[in-house]
Design a protein around this ligand. Structure first.
Ligand code: NAD
Length: 485
């Protein structure tokens, strides 16, 4: 049994109140580790450590911090198999997916932000009699709160820019997936990140997370998670004037026009719907298909989805693992039951697969394709965050746009058409922070990442992250008259 306390001030410490949380592997429902159940007392210790480390750390050079980030990336690469196995054990995802996506991205996050910081520039605004230039300094102690779906991937997406910009960190991973964040703390120690620069507090959101958001000495909160949690965090942080970045939920449309490359669109739609068990904020769970190809598209999609192999996350042929927890599976199943009540047709999935022990105890659920639901029902309006997609026909571009924008979320969309003008005109009318055309989840780390409406506030990625994790000042120097006068 692995046991992890908090990583504070460069050492593992037991929780002040002595409580731990059991951490089961969702694929078997067997508890394989325990983590500290942090409280405000632990958060206070972590903030003190981060505050003590800040003066020296914030004075180090960008080059020094970038080199440390690269050393962290090297160690993640060296321990990639260990990271991938733990991520799968914690989250339920296939090891192959963690090895291909999650862990390489975590490594790249550190390399990318090391380079981005080295190449960052400041602005200059010359006047006839004065010179203005912008100067960036770190924010101070920053709080990073992350979800369970892409645990190390999303944590490092915040840790790397925060570190390289000279902040000190208190991070809290999801209580459901605490293990790779703990291994990251080991890596920080291996490469010599000074004590107190990176602190990790484990625990529940309403306890440790809430204590972080309330803490007066945490100057910025970068949060990725659900929309209702984001609302609670915003309500707590706003009166304290903390900097806030909120990356929240989505109910993303995949819009398929009749003039698409059919095979490519079917493959892309299946990938967008079911990658990581449908547990990606960017997953396309509302599929809108132009009427002339609707029937053939549903048939082809269902055929492809039925071929996804589900089961043992460590088997190389497994395409879909377990959902993150039994509770989460129950929530997803409740939406499938609701879809049936509301007259939906289940074309495939909708039930638990029959698996051999020990996976018969795991939180598995077959990938599910539903048609026949009206667009305003809860199954279509609310984020399910599991392997469930609904497919709807449309007859005009205007109707497709109204359906695509007809939810409270606005994170991402994908559009499938070979008509470039339509692709552009449709994309610019979509109320989302990101649009992919004829692709999905193709990522360049420099581009702005984030949502509109109830999908979030702010952007991450490239210079957007560097800006969030720094405060900009304008310095104006009076120059007097021309030289020699
Ligand atoms: P969640 O909101 O339940 O939890 C996220 C994190 O917040 C966890 O670490 C949790 O412990 C913590 N937390 C919970 N209550 C808190 C509080 N009151 N104060 C401070 N922290 C608190 O989300 P989840 O279930 O872990 O993740 C799934 C959600 O995350 C989905 O809605 C998904 O769309 C969203 N998500 C968004 C993005 C994005 O980039 N927009 C990426 C991944 C996931």
């Amino acid at each position: 049994m692995i046991e992890r306390g908090h990583w504070i001030g460069g050492e593992w410490v037991a929780p002040v109140e002595g409580a731990y949380l059991d951490n089961p592997n969702p694929a078997t429902n067997q508890v394989f580790s325990r983590v500290a159940r942090g409280t405000s007392a632990d958060v206070n210790r972590a903030v003190e450590a981060a505050k003590s480390a800040f003066p020296a750390w914030s004075k180090t050079t960008v080059e020094y911090r970038a080199a440390l980030c690269e050393a962290i990336a090297d160690r993640i690469a060296a321990r990639a198999e260990e990271f991938a196995a733990l991520e799968s054990q914690d989250q339920g995802k296939p090891v192959s997916l963690a090895s291909r996506i999650d862990i390489p991205r975590a490594e790249t996050n550190f390399r990318f932000f090391a380079g981005a910081a080295r190449h960052s520039r400041s602005d200059c605004f010359p006047m006839p009699t004065a010179l203005n230039y912008t100067w960036r300094r770190p924010v101070g102690v920053v709080g990073l709160i992350t979800p369970w779906n892409l645990p190390l991937y999303l944590l490092t997406w915040k840790v790397a820019p925060a570190l390289v910009m000279g902040n000190t960190i208190v991070a809290k991973p999801s209580e459901l997936t605490p293990m790779t964040a703990s291994l990251l703390a080991d890596v920080m120690a291996e490469v010599g990140v000074p004590p107190g620069v990176f602190n990790l507090v484990h625990g529940l959101g309403r306890e440790a997370g809430q204590a972080m958001v309330e803490h007066p000495d945490i100057q910025a909160i970068s949060f990725t998670g659900g929309t209702s949690t984001g609302a609670t965090i915003a309500a707590t942080a706003a009166p304290k004037f903390k900097k806030l970045s909120l990356e929240l939920g989505g109910k993303n449309p995949t819009v398929v026009f009749a003039d698409c490359d059919f095979e490519k669109a079917v493959a892309g739609t299946a990938k967008a719907g079911f990658t990581n068990q449908g547990e990606v904020c960017l997953c396309g769970s509302r599929i809108l298909v132009e009427r002339p190809i609707f029937e053939s598209f549903v048939t082809a999609l269902v055929e492809r989805v039925k071929a996804i192999q589900i089961g043992d996350p460590s088997a190389p042929e497994t395409g879909m693992g377990a959902l993150v927890s039994q509770d989460h599976r129950a929530k997803v199943e409740s939406y499938i039951a609701l879809a049936k009540e509301e007259g939906g047709t289940i074309h495939c999935g909708g039930k638990r697969p029959e698996l051999l022990a020990p996976f018969d105890q795991g939180a598995f659920l077959e990938p599910t394709v539903i048609t026949g639901l009206s667009h305003d029902c809860r199954v279509v309006q609310e984020e399910i965050f599991g392997p469930v997609v609904t497919v709807h026909p449309f007859d005009s571009v205007e109707k497709a746009l109204a359906l695509a924008n007809g939810v409270r979320y606005g994170l991402a969309a994908s559009v499938w058409t070979q008509d470039l003008t339509k692709a552009h005109r449709f994309s610019e009318a979509l109320q989302t922070g990101m649009v992919w055309v004829n692709t999905w989840l193709e990522r360049d780390l420099r581009v702005p990442f984030g949502g509109v409406k109830e999908s979030g506030v702010g952007r991450e990625g490239g210079r957007y992250s560097l800006e969030f994790f720094s405060e900009v000042s304008n310095i104006c120097i009076e120059l007097g008259g021309p030289l020699g006068e």
